[in-house]
Design a protein around this ligand. Structure first.
Ligand SMILES: [Zn+2]
Length: 274
């Protein structure tokens, strides 16, 4: 009898669905971040739209964080298309200052300018992403900006999977510029491997520190590299059984409201701050 109960329990345990890992996609440095390569407005627009096509193909709703001072006339229709496609535009300051080396006053003005510059594309909820993920090297600076954000109804969108994808954009741009196809391909392959490794690493940090796989938020940048590789990256997530959720849904996870223990100059994953 016990034998059958044991077998039944084993079968039931095997049938219990494994909770699906979830990830939201956020893209920084819109309208576009070049890397060692000059792109004409047409090429830049084409790359921007390629990122959007990858999001659409995988049915992903993303947040894009804009540096307002970098919006040129030809970017406006791209931002229009981004919002029309169902994505959300957030504030990434006007000029991308570094809170480690900027005064609180200057930084707050830059957030305010950035908010005014992106106003045509912002919906009801206002979102903010710290440049370099630097949230303030001292308690004074950190709490001053956190207070400013909360007084101005700006929601800070944290990151759990921080991947340094911007490190690859320069080398990749250089290879593309020189028409070194095989070199560009190998940088792309290394980049994808790096993303896979970072994803596994931060999910293991999540398991170790929170005891579960949280609703992850991935940070990537609006670059030529991601124009060429976002589709492959999203395909990999799907093949690994990950589910895409909107950043808004990800933010509902209580992990983003846990008190932060880390205080310092580094721009690090929210999982390493708690
Ligand atoms: Zn940035």
């Amino acid at each position: 009898m016990h034998f059958f109960i044991a077998i039944t329990l084993t079968i039931l345990a095997a049938m219990a669905p494994i909770p699906q890992k979830k990830v939201a996609i956020t893209i920084d440095d819109l309208p576009f971040l070049w890397g060692n390569i000059y792109l004409t407005p047409e090429q830049e627009s084409q790359a921007f739209r390629k990122v959007m096509a990858a999001l659409k193909k995988h049915d992903v709703q993303a947040f894009g964080f804009v540096n307002g001072s970098r919006i040129k006339a030809y970017h406006r229709e791209l931002l229009d298309e981004f919002v029309t496609a169902g994505h959300v535009i957030g504030n990434h300051t006007s000029t991308h200052p570094d809170l480690n080396t900027t005064t609180v006053d200057w930084y707050e003005k830059d957030i305010a300018s950035g908010q005014a510059e992106i106003a045509p594309w912002v919906g009801e909820t206002k979102y903010f992403r710290y440049p370099y993920l630097h949230e303030g090297p001292t308690e004074t600076k950190r709490s001053a900006i956190a207070d400013y954000l909360s007084k101005n109804n700006l929601v800070s969108v944290l990151v759990t999977i921080d991947n340094d994808d911007w490190l690859y954009k320069g080398e990749y741009g250089q290879a593309v510029k020189l028409h070194h196809k095989s070199q560009a391909d190998s940088i792309g392959a290394v980049y994808l491997g790096h993303m896979r490794e970072r994803t596994a690493y931060f999910d293991s940090v999540s398991m170790a520190k929170v005891g579960r796989s949280v609703n992850h938020i991935l940070l990537i940048h609006m670059t030529l590299l991601n124009a060429d590789y976002l589709d492959s990256l999203l395909t990999w997530y799907t093949n690994q059984g990950w589910q895409f959720i909107s950043p808004k849904e990800a933010l509902a996870d209580s992990v983003y409201r846990l008190p932060q223990k880390y205080l310092g100059p580094n721009g690090i994953s929210a999982l390493l701050r708690i």
